[in-house]
Design a protein. Structure first.
Length: 311
């Protein structure tokens, strides 16, 4: 038994400004890679991790990739199987781009493929949510669902889980900039108010409905004016250097809308084309450089495929 597979899974932009925990989309880069092999020795082992600067656990019960592989094997009734895993981090940890999600999804897709795909990618989402729970204490799906399914995804309900793939303008691009400052997901979640005013809730669900409608209608203006968050962004943006100035620069350069990716510190803009997205990343990176902050930038279409087999 020596079957092996190499899988790439994409980064994701969760929340999409107004859809906290219920909206997300996948991008083509960055992402993570997992190499997985079936072996004759029973049990799941994590052989090595690269690109994490030693930050991630090699203990197979504590790393999301291996822990969720174990849960998958138990689910299909094959806990006796031997699995060896290599995780190659190709994206920054704690960036707000779904780093733990990309790793978990790559591993899940790999192991499901090795067993001839008995589950659909959509059916893998609950397993991936368990990985998010292990990584950050809360099993949300706004990263893992788009990472598995590609495109834009709406989580209409968590109990029962109800996930909907949304259409979107095919020429839409994302400009993503990751300022290299530390914003742990757990800390960012703890900053969020547990109670909100009704008038703010009304504003928020109007914007969520408007954004979803704009995606269906290919209406960039509606998408743009719906990308407003009155619940989470006002608090989380405090952790991101010069957030309002970055927004101003992006909008001046032609962004449809601008906001925080996931829990941050990455920020993103939606655009109508790749060239505008590239110009936005250049302007944002230059501003961050001017205030002595290093950054990484990514320009991508909305990823339509989710995880893919590399070889």
């Amino acid at each position: 038994m020596n079957k092996s597979i190499k899988v790439f899974a994409p980064a994701t932009v969760a929340n999409v400004v107004c859809g906290f925990d219920v909206l997300g989309f996948a991008v083509n880069e960055p992402g993570d890679e997992v190499i997985m092999r079936l072996t004759d020795k029973p049990g799941v082992s994590l052989l090595k991790i690269t690109g994490d600067e030693g930050r991630l656990p090699l203990n197979p019960d504590k790393n999301t990739v291996s822990a969720i592989a174990k849960q998958y094997l138990a689910h299909i009734g094959r806990p006796d199987v031997g699995i060896e895993i290599e995780l190659h981090k190709k994206m920054p940890i704690g960036s707000g781009l779904g780093s733990s999600s990309a790793s978990t999804v790559a591993g899940l897709f790999a192991i499901n493929t090795l067993f001839d795909s008995p589950l659909t990618n959509k059916e893998l989402v609950p397993f991936a949510m368990k990985g998010e729970e292990l990584a950050c204490g809360y099993g949300h799906a706004d990263n893992v669902a788009p990472a598995l399914m590609g495109g834009f995804v709406l989580i209409r309900s968590y109990s029962p889980l109800d996930i909907i793939s949304l259409p979107f303008p095919q020429d839409m691009h994302a400009a993503i900039v990751y300022p290299e400052v530390d914003v742990p997901t757990k800390d960012a979640r703890q900053m969020i108010r547990s109670k909100v005013f009704l008038k703010d809730a009304v504003t928020q669900w109007g914007n969520v409905a408007g954004l979803v409608s704009g995606l269906f209608m290919n209406d960039y203006d509606l998408i743009g004016r719906s990308m407003t968050d009155v619940l989470v962004e006002p608090t989380r943006s405090i952790l991101i250097p010069d957030f309002e100035r970055l927004r101003g620069l992006a909008m001046e350069a032609g962004a449809i809308g601008f906001g925080i990716s996931g829990s941050g510190p990455s920020v993103f803009a939606l655009t109508k084309d790749a060239e505008t997205a590239k110009q936005i990343t250049q302007k944002l990176q230059q501003h961050l450089k001017n205030i002595a902050i290093n950054s990484l930038a990514f320009v991508s279409e909305v990823n339509k495929k989710g995880p893919i087999i590399l070889d």
